[in-house]
Design a protein around this ligand. Structure first.
Ligand code: FPP
Length: 236
């Protein structure tokens, strides 16, 4: 952890980018416009994380439940993901790594190919690891891990928490230190259920399209005031 005079930069920050729809409708605009502005906030936040050398940042971009939205809104979201992937040379230049988690196989072949290209190009980079959760659900991830264990024919005595974690989508990521959710709601919405076990939770009233580096730092400041005991007692 890097200790600044004012705040600690967590090792792993997870972000639920909520409030795009309300941001847009409150301005008399279609929800898709909110997502477009949300994608800009995503880019800004990736930049801020790279600038502050955040080791791991994970964004909830599309959940397994988001398929219930109108097709037109889903298409807008997937177009935004694709446009972002078209810019990955820039991410690569900044030594950042892109990782995807979720059931990527269910996406279009074109998008899967772009995702794979981007992951491959950046996989040896040593800077910020930017993880994007697409078609991700915490329940689905745990069921998927159990299936992996069955396929590998592990036995009762083979399994403990560390082994189980290797079957999660996040096998290569550390546990989450800080979860930030924008948009005012206080829930985790099936995001990183296993990985959030000891995370500090910061809920912000700002809608995601308005999220800035200052909001990120404010979340880091709140995180820095917490004493993390991991089930133990206060050290003397
Ligand atoms: C939740 O807001 C947001 C989403 C379901 C989509 C998040 C996606 C983006 C911010 C675009 C990201 C782009 C890239 C390139 C990764 P909501 O629509 O549920 O808002 P509401 O609660 O106000 O309706």
């Amino acid at each position: 952890m890097d200790i600044d005079s004012k705040f600690i930069v967590p090792d792993h920050v997870a972000i639920i980018m909520d409030g795009n729809g309300r941001w847009a409708t409150g301005r008399g605009m279609p929800r898709g416009f909110g997502h477009k502005k949300g994608a800009e906030a995503f880019r800004r936040t990736v930049d801020a994380c790279i600038e502050m050398s955040v080791p791991f940042v994970t964004f909830y971009a599309f959940s397994t439940e988001n398929w219930k939205r109108p097709k037109s809104e889903i298409n807008i979201l997937f177009d935004l993901f694709e446009s972002y992937l078209d810019e990955f040379a820039d991410i690569h230049k900044r030594n950042a790594r892109i990782i995807f988690i979720g059931d990527i196989g269910a996406l279009s072949e074109k998008l899967v190919n772009k995702i794979n290209d981007c992951v491959r190009l950046t996989e040896n980079n040593t800077g910020t690891a930017v993880t994007i959760a697409v078609n991700y659900g915490g329940h689905a991830e745990i069921v998927n891990a159990v299936k992996g264990i069955i396929i590998d024919e592990l036995t009762f005595s083979d399994i403990d928490e560390r082994v189980f974690e290797r079957y999660l989508y996040t096998a290569e990521l550390p546990p989450v230190d800080l979860l930030i959710r924008t948009g005012g709601d206080k829930r985790v919405s099936n995001f990183l259920l296993w990985q959030l076990a000891y995370a500090e939770l910061v809920f912000l009233d700002v809608f995601w399209p308005d999220f800035t580096k200052e909001d990120l730092i404010e979340a880091f400041r709140r995180y820095s005031t917490k004493e993390r005991r991991f089930g133990s007692i206060k050290s003397k």
